[in-house]
Design a protein. Structure first.
Length: 264
């Protein structure tokens, strides 16, 4: 299917004006964070983090744009790129949750949801194990698992830090350590599912997600674009539910904890 020439007219033109607008928005975002005094756990301001993230995005997307054609040309490089995406997601989540090496247990959280969906897609032929189709699908799923893992892990660990006395009270009345931790951590971790659920509930009414818009701009019919977006949203809810459940279990079993200090 060839792209609709009219659709391409709606795309953002890659001109110096686009670069200027992006730069202004990035500086404005950093300025707002700085003015509001928003800081990370380590005390570093979010203004600098926003600038760094924006500049990294420029470099990384530029590099991907240059190598993507070579990556999809052969199966080994295609799979290697997907594994690289997974490794970066694990590293990012681990750093967000703890300074201890136990953070790499999040590889289980991210992989447990993503791998079954990718195997299902490839096994049923919905996504061919060649060409560029696998990369965006894997990226969406890995990104969703990353977000859910970080949100669930941070919320659960922070709640345990504040309410550890309740865990000790549970132990005192005979609960097993895992059960006592789950009583406190489960509600906090479950909140990580809300963004994905709300996005799915309001799709088409509040938001038009990227997959839907991208396919329309590429010339696909609205029906096909809607079907693909629906699959993405449902698959994401599964991936995120698994990621949250595994993260919660890792915390309850003390595999994942803060800064080298074990809970028990």
């Amino acid at each position: 299917m060839t792209a609709d020439p009219l659709a391409t007219d709606t795309l953002l033109p890659v001109t110096p004006v686009l670069g200027v607008v992006l730069g202004v928005l990035l500086l404005a975002a950093a300025t707002v964070a700085l003015t509001a005094g928003l800081t990370q756990d380590n005390g570093e301001g979010y203004g600098r983090a926003i600038l760094t993230a924006g500049l990294r995005a420029v470099v990384q997307l530029g590099a991907v744009s240059l190598v993507i054609g070579w990556v999809v040309g052969a199966l080994p490089t295609l799979l290697g790129f997907v594994l690289l995406m997974y490794a970066v997601a694990v590293l990012t989540a681990a750093r967000r949750l703890t300074r201890d090496r136990c953070g790499y247990w999040v590889a289980c959280s991210i992989g447990a949801g993503v791998l079954p969906v990718l195997l299902l897609l490839v096994g049923t032929g919905l996504v061919p194990l060649r060409g560029i189709a696998l990369i965006p699908v894997a990226g969406i799923l890995i990104g969703g698992a990353l977000t859910a893992t970080v949100l669930a892990g941070r919320r659960a660990l922070e709640e345990l830090t504040v309410r550890w006395g309740e865990v000790e009270a549970g132990l005192a009345i005979g609960l097993l350590p895992r059960e006592a931790v789950l009583e406190v951590a489960r509600p906090a971790a479950g909140g990580a599912l809300l963004p994905g659920i709300d996005q799915t509930r309001t799709v088409g009414l509040v938001t038009l997600p990227g997959a839907f818009v991208g396919m329309l701009l590429g010339g696909a019919s609205p029906l096909m674009a809607g079907a693909v977006q629906l699959f993405v949203l449902v698959a994401l809810m599964f991936v995120q539910a698994v990621a949250v459940a595994v993260t919660l279990e890792l915390i309850a079993r003390d595999r994942l904890h803060r800064d080298g200090r074990r809970a028990r």
